[in-house]
Design a protein around this ligand. Sequence first.
Ligand code: FAD
Length: 372
Amino acid sequence: MNAKRVDPRRPYRVGPNGLRRIVLGEIGIADISAGPGSLGAMARAKPLRTNVQPTGWYMAVAHAYRGRLDDHAREAIAAAAILAGPETGVIAVIFGAFHEDAAVAGADKVVVVDAVDAARFDPEREEFVIEALLEEFKPEHVFMPDNLLGDGDLGRRLIARQRASAATHVVELDGKHVAVGWSGGARMADQPLPRFVLLQPGAVDSSLPFLGAGEMLRAPEPDISTKRYRDLGLEPTESGAIALEEADFIVSAGNGVKNVATLEALAQSLGATVGASRVAVDDGKLPRSKQIGASGKTVSATTYFAIGISGAVQHLQGIKACRHVIAINRDAGAPIAKRADLTVIADAEDLMQALIARVAQARLQSEPETKA
Ligand SMILES: Cc1cc2nc3c(=O)[nH]c(=O)nc-3n(C[C@H](O)[C@H](O)[C@H](O)COP(=O)(O)OP(=O)(O)OC[C@H]3O[C@@H](n4cnc5c(N)ncnc54)[C@H](O)[C@@H]3O)c2cc1C
């Protein structure tokens, strides 16, 4: 089939000098007033996707985390915006507090439902909100990230309740079809573009050449009298108990780390999981189960601290999917600097000690607020 294959690589931006730049969360809000040259101003300089009054709608639904949409969620909105014709508007429904610019993500109308968030299990309220909006806007297609963080579950609930045509684990799509992996991913199966499209990460390039109108709408007020579910709360897991493959934040030791106790203290203070290079493991500093790389674990953390790690190809192979790589190395010419979004040229021990002290200080300062 002739499906649109969209570039899944976008964890960074390349600056004018060719260096990769880490992209922090506040895309396009605070920066809009910051004048020309800022990321927000650059994003805002793009043209509107359409100036035409919409006669129909595509919808995207996703949960925000800590006020942000992750790339996967942005891909769902981008899918709607890329496939929508000029007379079709894109409405984004975002669960949880949201502090970014949904116009940059491609949304023409935005409904932020901050009474519900991903940390609480409240499917009835979420279904109520979406179904009210489905009724009001009658979107032809609904795009959602197919993840384990709430969207995948909500998407399947909506599919079942609406008895609508649907495709999950979608890896490719165009205006008429979707393709999903089949036979263990060895083959692709395609089907006509259904009403509900649950997207795998990387199916769509979320960096759009245009903006949505970004108009904020009021969220429908859920009126739920009978509750079939009771949220018993989250059970926090010790960062050390999280498997490396599942960890979102990894602090990793290489040969340049002389004192593993300091690294472990840093990981604990940041709530990160400890990883290691092969040399650090071969030296007996950390167990084999902590090795990351070609002959160790493959990780996909949002943030990866490579401390005293040179960045040999075998190590880089294991961190390909990490979003933000921050290197700490004495040598500015170490290969890790080419992969890293940010490289701090410093002695590992000094920098780790300084970071631990800063984290402790920040905690102390935020404590009175927490108690208030
Ligand atoms: C078949 C095969 C499979 C392999 N599999 C893996 C694998 O799975 N994982 C893996 O990691 N490697 C693997 N390797 C090994 C890999 O080639 C490298 O040898 C290894 O990754 C290097 O580890 P390192 O960067 O910690 O050490 P080094 O190469 O010794 O680099 C240490 C780095 O720390 C910096 N440094 C030194 N002192 C300090 C200080 N005080 N402060 C700050 N920075 C400092 C140095 O500038 C240097 O960049 C494999 C190799 C082979 C051949």
